[in-house]
Write a protein that binds this ligand. Structure first.
Ligand code: HAM
Length: 424
């Protein structure tokens, strides 16, 4: 026999018993985003490689090590999107959505990063992302963070920690960068290989190291906050004040730098300790320089993305995994005449009873076998149509989830009966 072909490492199938939770999560997020006036945009999963190099940054883990990049048949270098922000800006620019107007957009879909797979970290994963354009003030940063805070309320997820920081403007960061490099150079012997490599290419990322041996060194490093100007400070303070006023708790983490280069000023992450090492479920910030970097006019921008796999895992942890039934009723068809009539009856019921989830037995089988299938489907009721019932113009009804004997009703009364059952 031929060997089974398996899914690619780090790319998961989401199975039917998991999809109800995904659908519920996606629906809740969609409703919250609509309540803030955000509109959906859908971008392709493939983009020109250059887009990600220019936006995420050449010296980031994503661009250096994690992208799925390949040559198209005509030689173009293409990349499966590792995130959605770059594509969203590309699309907004391409279609003139940023010209003299503000935009509040969201998207969802698979993203691809060739990371080492582990719990909560996959090579294909899913994000819902939110991006807004054209608004320079701290009010939109605040709104963006408040959307995420409301999501946890609606989803019933407690104890996520909000960490925020400001990275200053590009100019402010440049001045700080020199100080930081000088500091790390003075302690070069304490830097691990990764940090030595980053020292001149992307020194801010050293602050984000997960290496416990460098913890003290990083803690004593000069703080970016001491190098930002009054405007950046006021912008940050205004967000903090807004969060205080609305009553959203936060922690200022001066070491929060993010793994993508396009951020300026505000950055934030929501973190949990329920998921082991992969604790960030939502992350984002302001990225005022990106639109110009991609060829557009200077446009303020801010956004975040949720990691859906991580959120689903938290939901399971918080609410437990619930069995979800597949149907309300299962139509058992025994005998030739009944089987021949099955599709007609089932179609009629689906037309007449809005919302009815009806599984109609296909593939024959004994009475007993069909009842077994009915039971496994989780349906409340078995509708039993045998040749005898059909001859009398009746159908049997057998409750499957509560005690009760089978009884018969007239076929024309069935739709009304099911409507009543559904409204119970
Ligand atoms: P990010 O921090 O790279 O930001 O990803 C956002 C979220 O996606 C993470 O917090 C995490 O929940 C999830 N995530 C990332 N990588 C993986 C993975 N390998 N497996 C499972 N989940 C993962 C961005 O992507 C930015 N585009 C966010 C943004 C939008 N900033 C501004 N606008």
């Amino acid at each position: 026999m031929a060997k089974n072909i398996q899914a690619i490492r780090g790319m998961r199938d989401i199975l039917p018993d998991e999809t109800p939770r995904w659908q519920w999560l996606e629906q809740q997020v969609r409703e919250v985003l609509a309540s803030y006036g955000y509109q959906e945009i859908r971008m392709p999963v493939l983009e020109m490689t250059e887009l990600f190099k220019r936006s995420i940054g050449e010296v980031t883990d994503i661009v250096e090590k994690e992208m799925y990049t390949f040559a198209d048949r005509n030689g173009d270098s293409l990349t499966l999107r590792p995130e959605g922000t770059a594509g969203c800006v590309r699309a907004a620019l391409e279609h003139g959505l940023l010209h003299n107007q503000t935009q509040r957009l969201w998207y969802q879909g698979p993203m691809f990063r060739h990371e080492r797979p582990q719990k909560g970290r996959y090579r294909q994963f899913h994000q819902i992302g939110v991006e807004s354009y054209g608004m320079p003030g701290p009010d939109i940063d605040l709104e963006t963070i408040l959307i995420s805070a409301r999501l946890w309320q609606v989803l019933g997820i407690p104890d996520l920690e909000l960490q925020i920081n400001t990275l200053g403007t590009a100019e402010e960061r440049a001045g700080y960068r020199d100080r930081l490099v000088a500091y790390f150079e003075a302690h070069a012997e304490q830097l691990d290989a990764d940090s030595q490599r980053r020292l001149h290419s992307n020194p801010l990322r050293i602050l984000d190291t997960k290496n416990p041996e460098m913890k003290e060194l990083v803690a004593a490093a000069p703080s970016l906050f001491d190098h930002v100007g009054d405007e950046t400070r006021a912008h940050f303070q205004s967000i903090c004040d807004g969060l205080d006023q609305v009553g959203v708790a936060y922690v200022i983490n001066p070491r929060l730098v993010r793994g993508l280069d396009y951020y300026s000023r505000t950055v934030f992450e929501w973190i949990t300790d329920r998921l082991g090492a992969q604790g960030t479920v939502c992350a984002g910030g302001r990225y005022d320089g990106l639109v110009t970097q991609l060829g557009g006019r200077a446009t303020p921008a801010v956004g975040f993305a949720l990691g859906l796999e991580r959120l689903v895992a938290i939901l399971e942890d918080v609410h437990g995994s619930q069995a979800v039934d597949q149907a309300d009723a299962y139509l058992v068809l025994v005998g030739e005449a009944a089987q021949a009539q099955g599709a007609v009856l089932a179609e009629q019921l689906r037309s007449e009873v809005p919302g009815l989830r009806l599984l109609s037995n296909c593939g024959g089988g004994s009475f007993k076998a069909q009842f077994k299938r009915a039971d496994r489907s989780g349906a409340m009721l078995a509708l039993v149509l045998g040749d005898d019932e059909l001859g009398r113009g009746e159908i049997g009804i057998k409750p499957l989830r509560e005690a009760g004997r089978q009884h018969s009703i007239a076929l024309p009364a069935l739709a009304g009966f099911l409507k009543e059952q559904l409204s119970r």
